[in-house]
Design a binder for this molecule. Structure first.
Ligand code: HGY
Ligand code: MN
Ligand code: MN
Ligand code: MN
Length: 414
C-alpha cells in the first residue's frame, strides 16, 4: 500500500480554531480550563464535540462508561476500525491542550479526509475516553481501564468524588451513560496524539516525540489517624499529630524517588486535613502518593519501601495508618509496528523527531493491552502541564496532527 503523499496535511487553522472553541467551555481562572469529568461543563464539551462529529458525517456510539466513539465508514465495513483519540476532561487547573489535542486532532484528520474525498479501507473512529484525569474520581484513565478489562464496571460506577457523589450517578445525571457494552469494540490499532507534558522535545528543538514506552504508576492513598486537640494547650509530648506524620511521609516519598534517579518520580499532590482548623492539631489526614517509573522493578521497589517505612513513622508518632492502592498500571511498551508507522510518518513529513518515554499516563497505556497502540507527542512550552498556563504553538499542534494523520491513514490503508 502506497504511503500517503508527503503533501497530505491537515488544516492547521481549522484545528487551532476548534481547540480555541473547546477551550471556551469550562474556563479556568487563569486562562486554562476546569472541565472536570461528568460535570455540566464536561457535558457541554461533549455536546460540542458531538455536533462537530455530526457535521463531519460521523456516527456516534457511547458505551456504559460514557466513552464517545465517532465512526467514519471505510470501504471495507468488515475491516476492524483504526481508532484515534484521547480525552476532553481536564484537571481543575488544567490547560487547553492536555487530551483535547488528541481528540480534536483526530477530528481534524477526518475533516481533511472529507475535504479530499479520501476513503480508507478500514473504518476510522475518533474517541473521547471518559475520566482520563482521575482527579475527581480516582483512578486516572478509568474508562480506558474498564475497556481494557482492568476494572469492573460496577467498581468504576461506585467511585466517589470528594462530595460523596458516585461516578455512576454523575454519568447518569449528565445524560452520557451509553448502552454499548464497554470493551465490546475490537480495534485494528489505536493512536493517541498528546502534548509531551515535559521539557524534552522543546529543549531539543524536536517537533515530534515517537513514544516507545510509558511509565508505570502507583497511586497509594494514606490515611493517618491521631487525635485532634488544642494547638495551644496540648503539651507537645501528648500530641498525636497526623499532620506531622504526613510531613514526614512526604519527605520519605521524595527521598525514595531521589534514591532511584534518573528513572523515578514521586510526590503527594492531594491531601485532606481534618478538621483543618487553625488552632486544632490535625486528628486525621488523607493523602495520595504518586510514584512512577518506566522500570518495573524500580516502581515496585518504591511501593514496597513506602509500605515498610511509613508504618514506622506512624508508630513513632502514635498514629494509626492505612495504605490503600487506588491506582496502578505497569510500565508500557507500545506496539512496534504502530511506533514505526509514527516514526516513518514524521520522517516522510520532514518533521524532526526523537523516541521518547511518556512521563504521564494516557488512555493509550490501557488500550495497548487490547490493541496494537502507539502515541504521537508534540512539545509544550517549558514542558508545563496540569497548569492553566499550559501552552503550545499552532505549528506544534499541526505537526502532531499531520503525523497522526499519516500514521493512521497508512494503517487504515487508502
Ligand atoms: O496522571 C496522569 O499521568 C494523566 O495526566 N492523567
Ligand atoms: Mn492527558
Ligand atoms: Mn492530564
Ligand atoms: Mn504491577
Amino acid at each position: 500500500m502506497a504511503a500517503p503523499g508527503e503533501n497530505l496535511r491537515i488544516n492547521a487553522d481549522r484545528l487551532w480554531e476548534s481547540l480555541m472553541e473547546m477551550a471556551k467551555i469550562g474556563p479556568g481562572v487563569a486562562g486554562g480550563n476546569n472541565r472536570q469529568t461528568l460535570t455540566d461543563e464536561d457535558g457541554e464539551g461533549r455536546r460540542l464535540f458531538q455536533s462537530w462529529c455530526e457535521t463531519a458525517g460521523l456516527e456516534m456510539g457511547v458505551d456504559e462508561m460514557g466513552t464517545m466513539f465517532a465512526r467514519r465508514e471505510g470501504t471495507d465495513p468488515d475491516a476492524l476500525p483504526v481508532y484515534v483519540g484521547s480525552h476532553l476532561d481536564t484537571q481543575p487547573t488544567g490547560g487547553k491542550y492536555d487530551g483535547v489535542l488528541g481528540v480534536l486532532g483526530g477530528l481534524e484528520m477526518i475533516r481533511t479526509l472529507n475535504d479530499l474525498g479520501i476513503k480508507t479501507k478500514h473504518p476510522i473512529v475518533v474517541t473521547n475516553w471518559t475520566n482520563e484525569e482521575g482527579t475527581r474520581f480516582a483512578p486516572a484513565m478509568l474508562a480506558s481501564g474498564v475497556f481494557a478489562g482492568e476494572h469492573a464496571l460496577d467498581w468504576a460506577y461506585a467511585r466517589e468524588d470528594a462530595k460523596g457523589k458516585t461516578f455512576g450517578e454523575e454519568l447518569e445525571r449528565i445524560g452520557w451513560k451509553g448502552e454499548e457494552k464497554v470493551g465490546a469494540r475490537k480495534m485494528h490499532a489505536f493512536f493517541e496524539l498528546h502534548i509531551e507534558q515535559g521539557p524534552i522535545l522543546e529543549a531539543e528543538g524536536k517537533d515530534i516525540g515517537v513514544v516507545t514506552h510509558g511509565q508505570g504508576l502507583w497511586w497509594l492513598q494514606v490515611t493517618l489517624t491521631g487525635k485532634d486537640s488544642h494547638t495551644g494547650s496540648t503539651p507537645m509530648p501528648m500530641r498525636k499529630n497526623a499532620g506531622l506524620g504526613m510531613a514526614r511521609i512526604t519527605e520519605l516519598v521524595h527521598e525514595i524517588a531521589m534514591s532511584h534517579q534518573p528513572a523515578a518520580v514521586g510526590a503527594i499532590g492531594h491531601c485532606d486535613v481534618y478538621p483543618n482548623s487553625r488552632n486544632v492539631i490535625p486528628g486525621k489526614v488523607v493523602f495520595t502518593i504518586d510514584f512512577r517509573s518506566p522500570d518495573q522493578e524500580t516502581l515496585d521497589a518504591m511501593k514496597a519501601r513506602l509500605e515498610a517505612e511509613a508504618p514506622k513513622i506512624a508508630e513513632e508518632l502514635g498514629l494509626g495508618i492505612e495504605i490503600e492502592p487506588v491506582g496502578h498500571f505497569d510500565p508500557v511498551t507500545f506496539d512496534e509496528g504502530c511506533v514505526t508507522a509514527v516514526r516513518e510518518a514524521a520522517e516522510r513529513l520532514g518533521y524532526s523527531h526523537r523516541d521518547i518515554v511518556s512521563g504521564a499516563g494516557h488512555d493509550a497505556c490501557w488500550v495497548n493491552r487490547v490493541a496494537p497502540t502507539a502515541m504521537v507527542m508534540c512539545p509544550c512550552v517549558d514542558g508545563l502541564s496540569h497548569n492553566e498556563a499550559e501552552e503550545i504553538s499552532k505549528e506544534w499542534a499541526a505537526a502532531g496532527a499531520d503525523v497522526l494523520f499519516h500514521a493512521v491513514v497508512e494503517t487504515a490503508e487508502i
